[in-house]
Design a protein around this ligand. Sequence first.
Ligand SMILES: NC(=O)c1ccc[n+]([C@@H]2O[C@H](COP(=O)([O-])OP(=O)(O)OC[C@H]3O[C@@H](n4cnc5c(N)ncnc54)[C@H](OP(=O)(O)O)[C@@H]3O)[C@@H](O)[C@H]2O)c1
Length: 285
Amino acid sequence: MTILITGTTGNVGQPTVEALVESGEPVRAAVRDLDDAERLPDGVEPVVFDFTDPSTWAAAYDGVDRMFLMRPPPISNIERDMLPSLEAAQKAGVEHVVLLSLLGAEKNPVVPHRKLEDWLVPSPMSYTFLRPSFFMQNLSTTHLEDIRDRDEIFVPAGDGKTSFIDARDIGEVAAMALADPDAHRDIAYPLTGSEALSYGQVADIFSEVLGRKISYPKPGAIRFAWRMKKRGMSLPFVGVMTALYTVCRLGKADTVTNDLERLLGRPPISMRQFVGDHREAFSRG
Ligand SMILES: NC(=O)c1ccc[n+]([C@@H]2O[C@H](COP(=O)([O-])OP(=O)(O)OC[C@H]3O[C@@H](n4cnc5c(N)ncnc54)[C@H](OP(=O)(O)O)[C@@H]3O)[C@@H](O)[C@H]2O)c1
């Protein structure tokens, strides 16, 4: 039997694959484009898989008993675009699903992750829900250009604090739950970093680690949305981002839990370490 990982080119899928390979587990990595298989670690079996393309499901699920499930950000219609592929997974013999959910999903009926949780709980498959806070990797992807080229963190979060988590830590927990489902069966883990930081504090850490001034101009929601739209981001994506940062501005993104440290047996990766590890990406070269 093998473990199917979805989203293997993504922030969490990638470190999940790496951690499983390191612990000697058999891994099948789902990719939409086989060219992406070149970046997979040795020994990983690639398979073409798309949640919305039924012709890809049988080969992906064949011989799989455990699965890492993530909801690709472009997918919002869970009933139409994800549940049919999960029904196929269950019929094919998948027994345990580790779902990448969202911090607070249990209290928020409108998020797509909640629809996946609500479907999985009564299904015959067992589950582990990973409910992480905001990823540090948003700074090295979505906001990279502002930091690298303009020396600023440009998000409409006011003075609100965020309990940032490094996606690599989530990958490590996902790998643990996939390697030993019995120990993590039907449990939800709220996962956060060890402290909540304002974006002013994050900018100070960037400045210290990178050795140049990174500022946080505290843009309002309209200025932020305008810049992101001008940069070519889709309106729905800009809307979701603006809403997320407004939640933070209102002081609702600062929950800190100790589950991550308890599971990993070490402190979560800090913002300082994250910036240091991505120093090259944040430099203008
Ligand atoms: N960012 C945050 O702060 C945060 C916090 C909590 C929870 N989350 C949740 O985490 C999830 C995102 O995880 P991530 O950051 O690891 O992902 P990501 O880096 O955004 O990558 C998305 C992955 O989904 C794959 N994908 C896209 N469409 C697909 C389809 N139709 N079928 C199969 N695969 C498809 C992509 O493959 P290609 O390379 O082929 O495009 C890619 O591997 C979202 O559900 C998000 O809501 C995010």
